[in-house]
Design a protein around this ligand. Structure first.
Ligand SMILES: C[S@@+](CC[C@H](N)C(=O)[O-])C[C@H]1O[C@@H](n2cnc3c(N)ncnc32)[C@H](O)[C@@H]1O
Length: 268
């Protein structure tokens, strides 16, 4: 039967495995390491301190090159991703990081443990059940858990309405399509208190620019001719000067931005 999330997940795996040479290259790993260091620093966490190296950390939807690449060994660093078994098989170098991996959906994850830090980078817009995933993050927190969530958010309300409806055709990877304001009100309704938010666009742009050599084929003219409604839709928006696909570039409006939210659970 047609399942929106399963299709997105199969596309997600294709994207990572299709870029296997890139992901496994020393250049990518170094760039991603620098990216995670910058991201955690922007969130007020010192990537070199004992915090993430010794505390109970949960990385939700870690992917094959998630924040765990900062960690040599911390048995209390837990990573939950429903594609984890495939990532471990396709990218065996992951195993050099002595953290704990779980091949599960966040919504289905069961443990009595409460985490000191919960990280969810570019994950909640990919989950199967957003409401249940937010509830689970709350359940796995204690009153002083530091929660850091980053998400692709829409910059234009009218594009959000179109993509929310037609994402199975236009943006298959992301089941959930909301603005920053919409995500914030959901998080507040779920019992989180927003401590700080900031744009992570410049961090992403720096990462993408440092890996630009790998992306040449994706930008070719012939690539746009391949049948892909999403590529055509975003290509047209770009041609009309309305908005570019992807994240904010200085002077260019973009469809999405990456927004980072630092949260705490409300004491209830
Ligand atoms: C765009 S990737 C982000 C990977 C990594 N956090 C990073 O930023 O490099 C999204 C990840 O979320 C995972 N994901 C999808 N649904 C999920 C769910 N229900 N629970 C946990 N992770 C999920 C996907 O398998 C994928 O690895």
């Amino acid at each position: 039967m047609w399942n929106r999330w399963k299709i997105a997940q199969s596309k997600e795996l294709d994207c990572w495995v299709g870029n296997k040479d890139k992901i496994q290259s020393a250049k990518y790993q170094a760039a991603k390491l620098k990216f995670w260091q910058g991201t955690l620093e922007s969130c007020g966490l010192d990537p070199d301190s004992a915090d993430i190296k010794t505390k109970k950390v949960l990385d939700v939807g870690c992917g094959p090159a998630g924040s765990f690449i900062l960690i040599d060994k911390n048995p209390d660093y837990w990573c939950v991703d429903p594609l984890m078994d495939s990532y471990l098989e396709q990218f065996p170098q992951i195993k050099q990081h002595e953290v704990k991996f779980f091949n599960q959906k966040l919504e289905d994850f069961r443990t009595d443990r409460r985490f000191d830090i919960i990280l969810g980078f570019n994950c909640l817009d990919h989950v199967d059940n957003l409401s249940a995933a937010m509830d689970k993050i709350k359940e796995l927190s204690h009153p002083s858990t530091q929660i850091i969530i980053s998400l692709n958010v829409h910059n234009y309300n009218w594009l959000q309405k179109i993509l929310a409806r037609f994402s199975p055709i236009l943006d298959r990877l992301h089941k959930y399509q909301y603005t920053s304001q919409q995500y914030k009100s959901m998080l507040v309704d779920k019992g989180f208190c927003l401590i700080k938010e900031f744009s992570a666009d410049s961090l992403w742009k720096e990462l993408e620019d440092s890996l630009a050599d790998f992306n040449v084929s994706h930008k070719s003219f012939w690539n746009y001719l391949r049948f892909s409604p999403g590529k055509w839709f975003f290509g047209l928006l770009g041609l009309l000067g309305i908005a570019r696909e992807g994240y904010q570039n200085p002077g260019n409006p973009s469809v999405y931005s990456v927004r980072c939210f630092i949260l705490k659970p409300n004491e209830d």
